[in-house]
Design a protein around this ligand. Sequence first.
Ligand code: NDP
Ligand code: OXD
Length: 316
Amino acid sequence: MSILLATANWDPVPWVERLARLAPGRAIFVHGVDAYDPADVRYALTWKPPEGLLTSLPNLAAIINLGAGVDALLSGPPLPENVPVVRLVDENLTARMSEWVTLQVLAHHRQALAYLDQQRKAVWRELPQPIAAKVRVGMMGYGVLGRDAAEVLVRLGYDVAAWSRTARPEAGPVEVYRGADGLDRFLARTDVLVCLLPLTPETRGILARPLFERLAADGALGGPVLINAGRGGLQVEADVVAALETGLLAGASLDVFVEEPLPADSPLWHAPNLILTPHVAAVSDPETVCAYAIAQIEAHESGRGLTNVVDPRKGY
Ligand code: NDP
Ligand code: OXD
C-alpha cells in the first residue's frame, strides 16, 4: 500500500512531511531519491512524471495527479491500462485561481497598466471608467475553476456568460453557451474572454486570430481583452502578439505558455498591454493537496471509490 511521489522539479520535502503526518505507517517513496521496489507501489502521486515510470509499477491502483490539468499525463506515452487517473479538485487551488482571474479582469477594466504608465511619466489624467455591469465577461470553460471565478465576477457586478462543451442541468448563476453552435454567439457578446479550458486535441490552438476577430469590438473597454490561465497550448502566441500590436486585442493577461519557462527571446515579453505571470495563477499547496490525495486513497481502500476520475476519451 506504498505511495510513490514523482513531482518533476518540485521540492519533495513539504510533500513527504505532510503525507507522513496524514498517513503514518504507510511507506512513502520519492522517485529519484529513495530506493524502492516498483512492485510495492500502489498509489503514484505525480506531476509530470518521467516517461515510462507509471508503466513500470505492476501493482498500481491509482494515479493521483497533483494538479487540475492532466494534459501532460494524457499526451505523453501510454499510461498503464485500467489504472484510474484522478485529477486535483481543491478549494484552495480554486480560490487562488479566482483571485488571479479577478485581479486580471479588474486590471484591464480599471486600466492598471495605463495608470502605471502615467505614474511613471508623472501624468495626472482621468481615464474612462465604465461600471462593471457594462463589461461583458465570457468564461471559456465552465468547470470547477470557471464556475468559481464566474461567481466572484458576478458578485462584483460584471455581466458574465460562459461557454462549455456539454449541457449540464446544474449550470449556475450565468447564461451558458454550448459547443461549436454556441461559440459565435458567446464570442459576439464578450468584451473580456477568460479562458479556463483544459488542453485537449479539440481545444489546442483555439485562442487564435480567427477567434479574436469574433469577439465584441464595440464593448465598454475600447476593444476585447484576452485572459488565459488554462494552458499555453490553447493559444497561438504569434497571433496574440500581432493582435495586441494591431489593436485587435486591447489587452491580455497570460499565465501559461507553449514553452515554459517562456524563452527570453519570446516577443510576448514586450507585447503592448500584456500582463504576464509565470504559471502561478493557482499553485498546488502541499497542505491541502496531500489531504486530498490521502482522502482519495482512503475512499478507494474503503470501497467508497475514487472521485474526479479523468475520462481519457474526453481528455480532461
Ligand atoms: P474542469 O474539467 O472542471 O472544467 C473544464 C471546462 O472546460 C468544462 O466546463 C468543460 O466543459 C470545458 N471544455 C472542455 N473541453 C471543451 C471543448 N472542447 N469545448 C468547450 N468547452 C470545453 O477543469 P478545471 O476547471 O478544474 O480546470 C481547467 C484547466 O485550468 C485545467 O485543465 C488546467 O489546464 C488549468 N489550470 C491552470 C492552472 C494555473 O495555475 N494556470 C491551475 C489549475 C488549472 P463541460 O462542462 O461540458 O465538461
Ligand atoms: C494545474 C496547474 O493544472 O497548476 O493544476 O497548472
